[in-house]
Design a protein around this ligand. Structure first.
Ligand code: MTE
Length: 165
């Protein structure tokens, strides 16, 4: 079972002005897919703070997957993708490409998500949009391939060509 962390990025939720609905829904979706959600964090739309949380989680060596929700759009304070890129050692563009391709079948506004995904040490970081519905839809679009990627990231699989499925 892979361990995951969920990071909700929202000024209003972190100030207590709005309940965090996206984070709990992402956590529930991950649990239903067989993940253990080891940590949930709430952080404002501040680049330094997002970077610090992502680095702390990835560098702890305790979570394979870090899913963020929020801050991927065009609003002036949206900065989650930039914070993610700043802390990642490798980018994984196929993951946001797949999320946007699947989401475009649901709404043309899917193209407005600037979500990124990347690897820092042994953790895969994936940005999800902020609305709970959008976050769930984006996560579900990529979940079927994630365990394969996370197994590779942990060094448990060196050669995909030897695997039929
Ligand atoms: N993807 C899906 N599947 N469903 C949605 O409703 N909303 C879009 C997009 N991706 C949406 C979606 C919208 S309206 C925006 S602005 C962007 O995600 C970014 O959302 P965020 O600013 O809340 O992170």
């Amino acid at each position: 079972m892979f361990k995951a962390a969920v990071v909700t990025v929202s000024d209003r939720c972190s100030r207590g002005e709005r309940p965090d609905e996206g984070g709990p829904l992402v956590a529930e979706t991950l649990k239903n897919a067989g993940y253990e959600v080891a940590k949930t964090v709430l952080v404002p739309d501040e680049k330094d703070e997002i970077e610090a949380v992502l680095m702390r989680l990835a560098d702890s060596g305790t979570v394979s997957l870090i899913a963020t929700t929020g801050g991927t759009g065009f609003a002036p304070r949206d900065i989650t993708p930039e914070a993610t890129v700043a802390v990642c050692e490798k980018l994984c563009p196929g993951i946001p490409e797949a999320m946007r391709a699947a989401s475009m079948r649901i709404t043309p506004r899917a193209m407005l998500s600037r979500a990124q995904a990347g690897i820092r040490k042994g953790s895969l970081i994936i940005n999800l949009p902020g609305s709970p519905k959008a976050a769930k839809e984006n996560l579900e679009a990529v979940l079927p391939a994630l365990d394969h990627g996370l197994t590779m990231l942990q060094g448990g699989l060196a050669d995909c060509a030897k695997i039929k499925d």
